[in-house]
Design a protein around this ligand. Structure first.
Ligand code: NAD
Length: 256
């Protein structure tokens, strides 16, 4: 099925990329919105103010919404999607527990899919890290992520998913240690987490395992935002045909 899509955050870094990849694929865009839109076009698509989102959903009834904005906006869009019966795919990161609960609630009415990272390489990284951590139970684990200087949340949503997988594969207690300063000797069970923000780096994640006079580094580098847009659009086509539920990209990516 080729879905007819709505795009939110349309003038943001990811929104623009989603519209560019959608154009390359020849997809039909029902409408695009952004906060404070002021008559601009992205990839030939007129961008409407996000205050009109509900009215546009009602009028256009797209097959799915693709959202890359911020937690507050995503939760509001998901609520509107639940009202109008429209599936929503979101790549937004930085959700609080209350935000996740609100998205799960929307998922009782319509299909909602969240993905902290829509790249296929990162999905393979998650599996590789889980396997390496399970195979090397005595080794120290440290995580380093690097993103552009405009990223708001830290550590990245992808880093949090990696940490969940690492903790799941580790026996015994673990503790996330965010950066180190001063007298800070490493304790058993620590997982060091380091976030760098610089320039226009699209996204890098590295997991280091070290022990027994050797080290193993598992690294993913995104070369272009289009890898995330491609995955989100694949997910939207899939989601448009699913029943209402709350889905996570990492659990369905292998089906795409
Ligand atoms: P950005 O700041 O360039 O764009 C965000 C857009 O959303 C902006 O146009 C902004 O005006 C709009 N927006 C933000 N809050 C809003 C609100 N309350 N109401 C209406 N519009 C609002 O950011 P970006 O780099 O495009 O990233 C957006 C989100 O996507 C971030 O959470 C980022 O971490 C995430 N992201 C996810 C993936 C992935 O694969 N899942 C990849 C890259 C980025």
């Amino acid at each position: 099925m080729t879905p007819r899509l709505a795009v939110t955050g349309a003038t943001g870094r990811m929104g623009k990329t989603v519209l560019a990849v959608a154009r390359e694929r020849g997809l039909d865009i029902a409408f695009a919105v952004n906060r404070d839109a002021d008559g601009e076009h992205v990839e030939g698509v007129p961008v409407r103010p996000s205050a009109e989102f509900e009215a546009l959903l009602d009028e256009e009834r797209p097959d799915a919404v693709v959202d890359f904005t911020g937690p507050e906006a995503t939760v509001a869009y998901a609520g509107a999607c639940a009202t109008y019966g429209v599936p929503l795919v979101t790549g937004t990161t930085g959700f609080s527990e209350a935000d996740v609960a609100a998205l799960e609630e929307a998922g009782t009415a319509v299909p909602i899919l969240v993905g902290a990272n829509f790249s296929r390489g990162v999905q393979a990284l998650l599996d590789a890290v889980e396997s390496a951590v399970a195979d090397l139970p005595e080794y120290d684990v440290e995580l380093l992520e690097t993103h552009h200087n405009g990223k708001r949340d830290a550590p990245s949503g992808t880093a949090k998913v990696l940490l969940d997988r690492i903790e799941g594969a580790r026996e015994g207690a673990t503790e996330r240690v965010h950066g180190r300063e001063g007298e800070a000797p490493r304790e058993a069970g620590e997982i060091g987490v380091h976030a760098r923000r610089a320039g226009d780096v699209t996204g890098e994640h590295e997991v280091l395992l070290a022990g027994n006079h050797e080290s193993l580094e598992l690294t993913h580098r995104a070369g272009s935002r289009s890898v995330f847009a491609e995955g989100a659009l694949d997910a939207a086509a899939w989601l448009a045909e699913q029943p209402a539920d709350y889905y996570r990209f990492e659990t369905i990516a292998s089906q795409l």
